[in-house]
Write a protein that binds this ligand. Structure first.
Ligand code: IVH
Length: 692
């Protein structure tokens, strides 16, 4: 019995070790060695063993990243070591001043002081505590003395080691504990690592795109999005946010003598943290300045947002001599980039009406150049913001781009305000349909309350035909606009009753494009149920929720008859979604529209063989997609791969079986050729799944 138990304990330890190793390969080195399928097998075996032996689950097991239920609030806890801030500089001169101060402190202006210059990642600073190698607590900076305990959310970040690496990252073997900072080493008993949690720009944009679709307030910049994601009360939601981490300092370590910051970075890296590789060691302040200038021009090429550089004395002994003021260390300074801002005049406010009636103000601007592009509009989010910033029509305003995103109005130049400036009034009626407006829920948004408002109808139809919904091509915004204005479409159900003569009667719609559009509309009738459900545009139902619901219900009709209490029983479906689904299907107008779909034979059911057609050719094979495909969106082709038993990967390695290359394939194609991965077309892939 004991022997058997030992065997299980050993297997669990071995599996955990392998999974940690492959996590590092995947998330830190960007160089996976096994397929997703093989990886999933390891994880599934571990999960199974832990399920059968719950007493053997360790808190730092790789299965424990997303655990637990939502919490009510975060505990505020004191920092053992205060998290100071950094003094800022904004010019080369101030950097030279910093260097002179250090030399004055040493009392010798001829000594060369070496600096390490790092990117200043624009994210959320955190302190991570490890005891005996295991991650035990992570706290936000807060006010520097006390921060929020966000441990459960931090655990969901795959680049954060739950256990300090006890494998040599090069050989994958257990290290013998050489504490030289160059190879894998056993970790100190108690260790504090400091770093930055951030959201890559791509993920930030995707998150905002989804939020816009769901009519949730968008985040102004990646930093706010990272902060918001870390402060979600449900760790399962945080896990969906693709947060990343760069570690840059050791806050505390038992019995470890480190001589330079370069050694610090090596230690951190070998313990399994991701260290940003764009640091540079500089022999004097002039080299530091060159490096800062270099990154100021290159910053827009990075996949994450940086707002400056951090300059640190390399030698730890010298750091100790320099010490800190009560605010900030004397051995470190930040060089802040010039914000990408511009001044222009606000010529008016337009109001956009969203899919569910939300009125969003947009600033119309005198065109101005900002970071290389001409800007004539900027978001204002909501009318509260206009009040808060006291923005008037005719004002001169400062606009800026935060990260790689839509510009925003930062502030008003009050000194330049002219008497003729006009205060902005909150709309009392809808600017499009003149219907009543109000604020039915507690949110800051004002909504048009007229469900028949043509602006809302247009937005709902545009959403219905979009790629992740019914994917009907040939339906440009001008076509939707005219079809609604001419009364051919009163809701998206009417799409399936459009006639050739309706379409050719529109401006710039020739017979050929009209016929194509009708064909595309016809094809969309067979769209899988999850896309149809998404297309309905039910509040809070993004593509993820639509997928989950489609998995649990065989048809829209069954879902429509299910109570919110039943819907809520589905894991990951919360009360907000469940209530929204119930509301939608209870609405009498919904029934009228659903009837239009029924009579037009639009598929509202799950395909009978869905989930079953395991194709022999692609089963267990791993696929990566690059470039633009003709028939499918990324999400769709990935679904198709998975439905047929294959694995959809997100990066390429020698173990990738096939690369599906579309138009403008990019660097993955070159890499595939180098690695000898077979490259196929979209058609080849379709043939593979059809001919088995
Ligand atoms: S060192 C005493 N290194 O910038 C603070 N900070 O504006 C030790 N930051 O609070 C921090 N990148 O959140 C350091 N490479 C880097 C950094 C970095 C970003 C953040 C950090 C800090 C803030 C100060």
């Amino acid at each position: 019995m004991n022997k058997e138990n030992d065997k299980i304990i050993n297997r669990i330890a071995n599996l955990s070790k392998q999974i940690r190793y492959h996590d590092r390969k995947y998330y830190l080195n960007n160089n996976p060695e096994i397929t997703d399928y093989e990886y999933d097998q390891l994880v599934n075996e571990l999960k199974q063993l832990e399920k059968e032996n719950p007493q053997l689950i360790l808190p730092d097991s790789p299965t424990q990243r997303v655990g637990g239920e939502p919490i009510k609030a975060f505990d505020t806890v004191p920092h053992k070591i205060p998290m100071l801030s950094i003094d800022n500089t904004y010019s080369e001169e101030e950097l030279r001043e910093f260097d002179k101060r250090i030399h004055r402190f040493i009392g010798d202006s001829t000594i060369k002081v070496e600096y390490v210059v790092e990117l200043k990642i624009d994210g959320i600073a955190i302190s991570l505590w490890y005891e005996n190698g295991s991650f035990i607590r992570g706290v936000t900076r807060g006010d520097g003395h006390r921060g929020d305990d966000v441990t459960t959310n931090l655990k969901t970040i795959k680049a954060l080691p739950l256990r300090i690496c006890d494998l040599d990252p090069v050989t994958g073997k257990t290290s013998k504990g050489k504490n030289d900072g160059k190879s894998g080493q056993l970790s100190p008993k108690s260790l504090e690592i400091r770093g930055e949690v951030y959201l890559p720009i791509k993920d930030f944009q995707e998150l905002n795109r989804m939020r816009e679709q769901e009519e949730e307030p968008i985040f102004a910049n990646p930093r706010n999005a990272a902060g918001g994601s870390l402060k979600l009360l449900d760790p399962r939601e945080t896990a969906k946010r693709s947060l990343h981490l760069f570690a840059y300092e050791i806050g505390h370590s038992d019995n470890l003598e480190i001589l330079t910051h370069m050694d610090t970075l090596n230690y951190i890296k070998n313990w399994g943290f991701s260290v940003n590789s764009n640091y540079c060691i500089c022999k004097d302040i002039e080299e530091v300045i060159d490096n800062c200038n270099k990154w100021e021009t290159l910053r827009n090429d990075l996949p994450y947002h940086i707002d400056g550089m951090v300059v640190k004395v390399n030698e730890i002994r010298l750091r100790e001599r320099l010490g800190s003021t009560n605010k900030a260390p004397r051995w470190m300074i930040s060089y802040k980039f010039h914000p990408e801002q511009a001044e222009t005049q606000l010529t008016g406010i337009s109001v956009q009406v969203g899919r569910s009636g939300t009125l969003t103000p947009v600033a119309d601007l005198k065109p101005v150049n900002l970071a290389g592009s001409t800007i004539s509009r900027a978001t204002l989010h909501n009318f509260d913001e206009i009040k808060r910033k006291d923005i008037r029509i005719g004002d001169y305003v400062i606009i800026q781009k935060a990260g790689d995103i839509i510009p925003q109005v930062v502030s008003v130049i009050k000194e330049k305000r002219e008497e003729s400036s006009i205060p902005v009034k909150e709309p009392t009626t809808c600017p499009v349909c003149n219907g009543n407006v109000g604020n039915p829920d507690t949110r800051v948004y004002i909504r048009c309350l007229n469900p028949l408002c043509s602006a809302q109808t247009k937005r709902r139809i545009t959403f219905f035909i979009s790629r992740n919904a019914m994917n009907i091509e040939g339906f440009g915004p001008a076509v939707v606009e005219q079809l609604v204005d001419k009364g051919f479409l009163q809701d998206y159900g009417d799409i399936y009753y459009l006639k050739l003569e309706d379409l050719v009667s529109l401006d710039r719609m020739a017979e050929k494009s009209s016929k194509n559009l009708l064909e595309n509309i016809e094809k969309s009738k067979d769209r899988d149920m999850q896309y149809f459900l998404h297309a309905l545009g039910i509040n809070h139902i993004g593509i993820n929720a639509a997928n989950l619901l489609a998995k649990h219900f065989n048809s829209i009709d069954i879902l429509a008859k299910t109570s919110k209490e039943e819907i809520e029983k589905i894991p990951e479906i919360g009360p907000k979604i469940a209530a929204s689904v119930e509301d939608f299907f209870k609405n009498s107008r919904t029934e009228v529209i659903l009837n239009k779909f029924r009579h037009a034979n639009v598929n509202m059911k799950k395909a009978e063989d869905e989930g079953l057609p395991i194709s022999q050719k692609i089963s267990r094979k791993s696929f990566l997609v690059t470039g633009t495909l003709e028939r499918y969106t990324r999400d769709e082709i990935k679904d198709l791969i998975k439905t047929h038993g294959g694995k959809a990967m997100s990066s390429i390695s020698k173990n990738t079986d096939y690369l599906i290359a579309g138009k403008e394939p990019g660097s993955k194609l070159k890499k595939a050729e180098e690695l000898g991965v077979e490259v196929i077309t979209e058609d080849d892939f379709l043939e593979m799944i059809n001919t088995t």
